[in-house]
Design a protein around this ligand. Structure first.
Ligand SMILES: NC(=O)c1ccc[n+]([C@@H]2O[C@H](COP(=O)([O-])OP(=O)(O)OC[C@H]3O[C@@H](n4cnc5c(N)ncnc54)[C@H](OP(=O)(O)O)[C@@H]3O)[C@@H](O)[C@H]2O)c1
Length: 268
């Protein structure tokens, strides 16, 4: 029986990609799921898929860059289920543009509002409930939160900010029973790269890699759910990501070259 069976899990970014795959998996493992994202239609579809797996599911259309919307999300979850045992901060947006080619500076603010503040706000409102439940916080960052990546300056900054925030919060939460798991996926096969902001702020519009060449959203979700169950501190989801953490200490220039090649190979 899963550690997550019967637990109330709030997942942001549940309408698409990794978050959508994760709520389906959590439903299979017996969790009660609360799904948040902006697209109400897609969210309803994801919630229906959870119910089809026998789980209770609540869809709450939410723009996580708005503090009041995050307060309402937490209130809706507690109103329906009486508790929050886990909060997964998965919602995120990307950019694909060299800094010297950017023409819309608003990209940088949007990335921070969604990826960074969109993690802080739900955590703030859910924290009293998570403390009561001795629960779990899971923040889906990226390898770009651990190292620099060309064409992703603003994205990497927002993902580094997530690491700084949650690594600090984890220390504050010592003794409360609340665990903090950071997730650093490598490339995952979702449409995030199609939606990513190009230099002018409009969607880049192209997939970054061929199907089957990178981790699937379902495989990524499985790694996250397993790590959540075991309250892991950090999940780095690729070999090059894991090895890179050690190599970087001795040869940071080599990691820069690997990051540059990874982006070139992905065609973005
Ligand atoms: N795919 C990768 O290669 C990769 C690699 C490393 C890390 N990650 C991280 O993994 C997470 C999930 O990415 P993904 O690839 O699954 O992306 P995705 O398929 O584009 O899904 C992103 C999710 O975030 C939601 N979202 C975006 N802006 C939002 C907002 N303002 N308020 C609420 N929800 C919002 C989207 O829903 P709505 O549009 O309906 O709001 C969607 O459900 C992100 O944090 C991403 O940075 C992805």
């Amino acid at each position: 029986m899963s550690e997550l069976a019967g637990k109330v899990v709030v997942v942001t970014g549940a309408s698409q990609g990794i978050g959508r795959a994760l709520v389906a998996l959590l439903a299979e493992r017996g969790a009660k799921v609360v799904l948040a994202a902006r697209d109400a239609g897609a969210l309803d579809g994801a919630a229906a898929a959870c119910r089809a797996r026998g789980a209770e599911a609540l869809a709450v259309p939410t723009d996580i860059s708005e503090p009041e919307a995050c307060r309402a999300l937490v209130a809706a979850a507690v109103d329906r289920f009486g508790a929050i045992d886990a909060l997964v901060l998965d919602a995120g947006i990307d950019m694909i543009a060299r800094f010297d080619e950017v023409t819309d500076l608003g990209i940088f603010e949007r990335l921070m509002r969604v990826n960074y503040l969109g993690s802080v706000y739900p955590t703030y409102f859910a924290l009293p409930h998570l403390k009561r439940a001795r629960g779990r916080i899971v923040a889906v960052s990226s390898l770009s939160g651990l190292t620099g990546v060309p064409t992703r300056t603003g994205y990497a900054a927002s993902k580094h900010a997530q690491f700084g925030f949650f690594d600090s919060l984890r220390v504050e939460l010592r003794g409360t029973g609340v665990s903090v798991t950071m997730v650093a996926p490598d490339f995952v096969e979702t449409a995030i790269h199609v939606r990513a902001a190009g230099p002018d702020g409009r969607p880049h519009g192209r997939t970054a890699f061929g199907e089957g060449k990178v981790m699937s959203a379902a495989a990524c979700a499985r790694r996250i759910a397993d790590g959540m169950e075991r309250r892991k501190r950090l999940l780095v989801l690729s070999f090059r990501g894991k090895a890179g953490r050690w190599v970087r200490m001795a040869a940071p220039g080599l990691i820069d070259a690997i990051a540059e090649r990874a982006i070139r190979d992905a065609g973005s």
